[in-house]
Design a protein around this ligand. Structure first.
Ligand SMILES: *[C@@H]1O[C@H](CO)[C@@H](O)[C@H](O)[C@H]1NC(C)=O
Ligand SMILES: *[C@@H]1O[C@H](CO)[C@@H](O)[C@H](O)[C@H]1NC(C)=O
Ligand SMILES: *[C@@H]1O[C@H](CO)[C@@H](O)[C@H](O)[C@H]1NC(C)=O
Ligand SMILES: *[C@@H]1O[C@H](CO)[C@@H](O)[C@H](O)[C@H]1NC(C)=O
Ligand SMILES: *[C@@H]1O[C@H](CO)[C@@H](O)[C@H](O)[C@H]1NC(C)=O
Ligand SMILES: *[C@@H]1O[C@H](CO)[C@@H](O)[C@H](O)[C@H]1NC(C)=O
Ligand SMILES: *[C@@H]1O[C@H](CO)[C@@H](O)[C@H](O)[C@H]1NC(C)=O
Ligand SMILES: *[C@@H]1O[C@H](CO)[C@@H](O)[C@H](O)[C@H]1NC(C)=O
Ligand SMILES: *[C@@H]1O[C@H](CO)[C@@H](O)[C@H](O)[C@H]1NC(C)=O
Ligand SMILES: *[C@@H]1O[C@H](CO)[C@@H](O)[C@H](O)[C@H]1NC(C)=O
Ligand SMILES: *[C@@H]1O[C@H](CO)[C@@H](O)[C@H](O)[C@H]1NC(C)=O
Ligand SMILES: *[C@@H]1O[C@H](CO)[C@@H](O)[C@H](O)[C@H]1NC(C)=O
Length: 622
């Protein structure tokens, strides 16, 4: 069996650190390079693939083939298939990257380029590497209509004082690089210290290795000219068809030149890459495609803000949940790779485990443990299934969810604000214990508001007012959502204003009023089965949970307790403070939230904007 199919035993991060350790031992000077995996620009072609069933496997085969070459030489070309969906690929790391950094940069590039799908071609410039795929041979192209420079947005301080000094220095360094590169594998780096100042100019020039030296020179001359237009900006990059150039007043270059693959230590690098490959969290796209029956609708478990979730069964019979992410072109998933590393290292009994991902395929997939009893909303909001959840079980879910949130907010590794706590994100294991799903990734997606529009409609009732209106995000936003969740668990009612509900306002304000009036018990879900409960204290416990919920949903974030404080309040008998008002309570002064507008959009601020930013080029899985 392929090792990539096994459930990994080690957090990726640890493996990664261990591998860095191996590398450091053999190559102390080059261990701490920078892969410069930040995306500069992705440009997609304008022709659609002819047939996805042919295009996708060809594209994946090209990427895989190139991947092998990148590991040993920092460069790769590959062709797969025939006919209109034939796929030509090229990838190259710039000459100052070590092979390890090259592998990391390429991993990033091939995660992002599939955003271009269903267009059959595209190119991506990162700060450390380049990648392009088309359905024709483009290997000898060195210029094109898309060639351009991207100027930095700061002006050189030297330029300000004496503009010709900085500009002359940049010009000189660039022309030296253009002169040097064609004769040295298409790569050159330069540094010029500016006389009489404490500043220098740094330059990188790199042609794709498929160009001969005369075409390389033509490309660089043109690229260098494009960048001159950026002066006196302190930084510029040229994104040309056959080459990449950059100048900066900041030293962005890696100190050691990696060479062409025969450099010392590459044996260790290969060993390391192999270990990473063998024990990584990487699942093959084809493995997951097979496991889910090609993402059969029948296997679809649900739809979240970032993608659809499918049940899958691996060849050895193990069950998994596969989330198929949709990204669009504008979205920077630059952090995706790191996020998967990070999240997979976050382990707690009340958090759904991320088992791995597939980043090489035409779309990004996340693999989670599968939980047979699905999500809490399917129980507490369902007339029949609600009976399976008596008070004891619900209390266990409440405490488990609180413990999971304490861990997310307060663990020492990385502070995670969930942002989307709601009943459908609380999954239940075989014994109906709570596991929080979908945490962590929101960080990667925060730049792209268009995703939120899909998530938001079902989630508005849970969102803290300050987050909804001003995007002000702290742990207290999760605390608010958690409070809403508690009220739902106790009442079996959703926090929305459906026409038939016996409460006329939001569940939160309604419960607050009932609490003030001393009549919350009327709202309890009969399925709590309190009347014949073995523990006479159960009623007090329910009331305590409602009380805590109202502390969580106070309008002022600073008054809401922290999750660890909440956990303490839930599990001890300590005296609780009186809750102050939830949001939108004073109908005389509040225009918002008193019943006239669409209940799903009580505050239009921000939301209409995010809906409007959904563009046609969105990448949507078939
Ligand atoms: C990669 O593709 C080339 C042809 O483009 C082929 O010769 C080579 O065998 C392939 N390598 C792998 C590992 O598939
Ligand atoms: C590339 O794809 C387009 C659209 O599918 C097709 O019209 C064209 O003929 C293809 N080009 C080649 C060289 O196969
Ligand atoms: C990327 O470059 C293309 C032109 O090559 C341009 O149209 C597009 O706006 C750029 N995208 C970004 C995000 O800068
Ligand atoms: C200027 O560039 C920096 C870094 O590239 C970026 O963070 C910042 O938002 C930019 N500012 C403007 C006004 O574009
Ligand atoms: C440029 O001038 C500013 C004040 O106008 C000064 O603070 C700065 O140090 C100068 N920069 C150089 C490189 O001389
Ligand atoms: C500006 O720099 C040029 C050299 O590029 C030098 O000849 C000139 O004297 C400088 N002017 C000032 C005001 O520093
Ligand atoms: C020159 O730059 C270096 C590094 O940026 C800094 O440590 C040093 O203090 C600077 N010297 C002056 C005179 O500005
Ligand atoms: C370089 O390659 C181009 C296109 O492949 C070709 O037209 C040109 O003659 C070549 N130049 C030299 C000097 O080989
Ligand atoms: C790039 O080269 C083409 C011809 O090869 C020329 O027309 C164009 O002006 C050049 N662009 C720059 C910025 O030098
Ligand atoms: C990576 O793992 C795959 C199996 O998933 C294997 O086919 C391939 O040879 C491995 N590559 C390296 C460099 O170990
Ligand atoms: C929860 O899942 C387990 C294992 O699949 C199953 O035996 C049990 O009946 C489920 N519980 C409920 C209440 O559906
Ligand atoms: C409101 O909640 C009910 C169940 O309590 C649900 O059926 C309905 O779809 C919800 N309405 C909205 C707009 O979410």
């Amino acid at each position: 069996m392929s090792s990539s199919e096994s459930v990994p035993k080690f957090p990726n991060q640890l493996i990664f650190l261990a591998l860095l350790g191996i590398l450091a031992a053999s190559q102390p000077q080059t261990a701490t390079g920078d892969p410069r995996a930040q995306t500069v620009n992705v440009t997609c072609g304008n022709q659609m693939e002819a047939n996805p069933a042919i295009f996708v496997p060809n594209f994946v085969a090209t990427m895989e083939n190139i991947s092998e070459q990148m590991r040993t030489s920092g460069f790769g070309v590959a062709v797969a298939g025939s006919g209109p969906d034939i796929n030509y690929g090229l990838a190259q790391c710039y000459g100052d990257l070590s092979l390890l950094d090259c592998v990391l940069c390429y991993a990033e590039a091939r995660t992002i380029l599939p955003q271009c799908y269903p267009f059959n071609g595209g190119r991506i410039f990162l700060d450390g590497c380049f990648m392009r795929a088309e359905n024709y041979s483009f290997y000898h192209e060195y210029k094109g209509p898309q060639d351009r420079a991207v100027c930095g947005n700061a002006t050189s301080p030297i330029g300000n004082n004496n503009s010709s000094l900085f500009q002359d220095s940049v010009r000189r360094t660039l022309s030296q690089a253009v002169a040097d590169a064609p004769a040295s594998n298409g790569f050159s780096r330069g540094q010029l210290d500016i006389v009489g100042t404490n500043s220098s100019v740094f330059v990188l020039a790199n042609c794709w290795r498929t160009l001969n030296s005369s075409d390389c020179r033509l490309c660089l001359e043109n690229a260098s000219d494009s960048m001159m237009g950026c002066l006196p900006r302190s930084e510029a990059r040229a994104l040309h068809t056959g080459c990449f150039m950059r100048y900066s007043d900041r030293d962005f270059l890696n100190s050691e030149v990696a060479g062409t693959g025969s450099s010392g230590g590459s044996q260790d690098v290969q060993k390391m890459v192999k270990t990473l490959n063998d024990s990584s969290l990487n699942f093959k796209y084809s493995t997951l495609e097979k496991a889910t029956g090609c993402f059969d609708e029948a296997n679809k478990l649900g739809q979240g803000g970032f993608g659809s979730v499918y049940k899958g069964v691996l060849a050895d019979g193990r069950e998994i949940a596969v989330k198929r992410l949709f990204f669009n072109n504008k979205h920077r998933i630059g952090d995706f790779f790191n996020e998967v590393n990070m999240i997979s290292s976050v382990e707690h009994k009340n958090l759904v485990r991320l088992l791995g991902c597939s980043c090489s395929g035409p779309e990004s997939l996340l693999v989670y443990e599968y939980l047979p009893n699905k999500s809490l909303d399917r129980f507490i909001f369902d007339v029949n299934k609600a009976k399976a959840m008596n008070w004891d079980r619900r209390y266990e879910v409440i405490v488990g969810t609180a413990e999971g949130l304490v861990y997310l907010h307060e663990n020492s590794k990385i502070r995670i604000i969930h942002r989307d706590i709601k009943a459908s994100n609380i999954l239940l294991d075989s014994r109906l214990r709570a596991k929080i799903a979908d945490f962590g990734l929101a960080r990667s997606f925060q730049e792209d508001k268009s995703h939120i529009s899909t998530a938001i409609a079902g989630t508005l009732g849970y969102m803290a007012p300050e987050y909804l209106a001003h995007g002000q995000l702290t742990e207290k936003a999760d605390v608010y959502s958690f409070g809403v969740l508690l009220l739902e668990i106790v009442t079996g009612k959703q926090n929305n204003r459906s026409k038939n509900a016996e409460y006329t306002d939001s569940l939160v304000t309604w419960m607050w009023r009932q609490f003030q009036a001393g009549s919350v018990e009327e709202m309890y879900d009969p399925n709590l089965m309190l009347h014949n409960h073995h523990n006479s204290n159960a009623r007090n416990d329910v009331l305590r949970v409602v009380h805590v919920a109202l502390l969580c949903t106070q309008e002022s974030p600073s008054l809401r307790p922290s999750m660890s404080k909440i956990l303490q309040m839930l599990t001890t008998e300590e005296q609780l403070p009186s809750p102050t008002n939830p949001p939108f309570i004073d109908e005389k002064t509040m225009e918002i939230g008193n019943g006239c507008e669409d209940p799903r959009f009580p505050l239009n601020i921000g939301l209409s904007e995010s809906v409007a930013t959904v563009d046609n080029s969105s990448f949507h899985p078939r």
